[in-house]
Write a protein that binds this ligand. Sequence first.
Ligand SMILES: [Zn+2]
Length: 590
Amino acid sequence: MGIVDEDVERVRQATDIVKLISEHTQLKRVGRRQVGLCPFHTEKTPSFSVNAEEGFYHCFGCKESGDAITFVREMEHLDFPGAIEALARRAGIQVRYTDAGEGAARSRKKILVGHVAKAVETYHDWLLSSGDAGEARGYLRTRGFDGELVRTYQVGFAPDSWDALARQLRLSDKDLIDSGLGKINSIGKQMDWQRGRIVFPVFDERGDAVGFGGRILPGGEGAKYINSQECAVYSKSRILYGLNWAKEHVVSSGEAVICEGYTDVIGFARAGVKTAVATCGTALTDDHLKLLNRFTKRLVLAFDADDAGKAAAERVYEWEQKYEMEIAVADLPAGVDPDDLSRTDPQRLVDAVANAKAFLEFRIDREFARHTLDTNEHRARAAEAVIDLVRQHPNELVRDQYVMDIADRCRVPADSLRPMLKGQRRPVARREPVAPPVRMGSDHIEDQALRLVIDGDEWACDLLTASMFSTPKRRAVFGAVRSAANVREAVDMLGADEGSLLMELQADPEDDLDSSAVVTRMLGLTARRLADDLDAQLRAGGDVAELAADIRYLRQWASELREPMSDLNDVVPLADWMAVQFGDEQGDLS
Ligand SMILES: [Zn+2]
């Protein structure tokens, strides 16, 4: 299954991790590492570190870590072979597959994507030069599309014919269906999926064309938009139109604008907002959020005000918590599409995004707009209605801020509103606080010992054993590093949790560790722990003579080892003694 190891290795070797990551965040050399703002979470001070020599990255804030392959997997939502393929493409390497079936499935998808790409080209040519595309061209011009926009977005035209595309591409029935470009009708003939429409090609975030949104021409019959059918290459719940163009702007600006239509995305871009993406005929899904989460932590919903108001508050708050995202609502005038606004008042569109309101604030303002605040009774009623909205917010501090605002607006004391919050608020999972950036370099003695072992320090490697570490995680890391040829191999031997500790340690080397101080301290602590352990055995009725002697021996050492030894040769006897003590009880000390 998968890609042959040798090719994975070639791809790994050929990939410059610093160059790769620099496409998502700016890195600066600091000592042996490259550091920058983490592309996985929002931060103001850099806690993201890349170790170019070892080919690893690690974030001290959100704890994301891995190598070039992990990075591409996380950033581009790819599985392992997919990430290798993406890196192979960059490096110009052709990979081989271990399993003919899997290779076949992947090359099958490549073939289908190739058909869609061919369709994009064909439709685009037809729009530019076909005689029967005159009406489509005229319509696009009235909608503000000039030649440049048409080319940028590869807009096309599907003629009003049953099978113009199928005839042009000469696909097998199976390819026609599997690529989503057409179907077989009841009399067994090939039929195009898009007919008599202006088509907007939909690309995945990597820029591969995967489907189309077809807009009907004025006066035409049928739905205003027809989207590609779900097929091997197109899944509407995962696709966001425009993400291929927007993603770099989303990363650099820190937010993504979400709108409802193809022409809205283009309208935003025309107005200078290059961060817009659209769902393709579906509500926002969890998969969309997962995808966007890789690029940004702030979303601005630029839906029609009514639709945005109706967006399920529960889901929005759930997403905000689950993905640690902030979801705001653009301040758009009611009943006007971003597309329309981009032609009539582009600055208003830019402002709408700049002045986006927090989701709850937006809902509160809308609710207030339904009330008059002219009498005491009206103000009380408004307060009640608005408090209902506040109650749904999961964060107590946020709720309280709004309570104070509402109290002001309704001229009531905040204290009289607070009890109303209690009501029937549903319990919401407690939000884990966002981890503050961790100071680089833990001073934990066992971590320092592991760093020495990772760096191949001779004393540390000779004198320390797994049992000297107090947690199973550190013992596992120690064991893996000692038995593997290099860090890469050690990571492969470990589970995700342990691997991540190892990467964290190696990402943050301490250049001036005093190896003899660290090793001495490790031995001293272990001696004490072992002595305590034997004490307990003694109390439980163990062999008094034997145990008492051992305990004395260990306590003696523990006290001597409070000061760093100047010559580590002196502690070799103790280390050997302990190694024998632990014997087959390795790892049983915690
Ligand atoms: Zn991070």
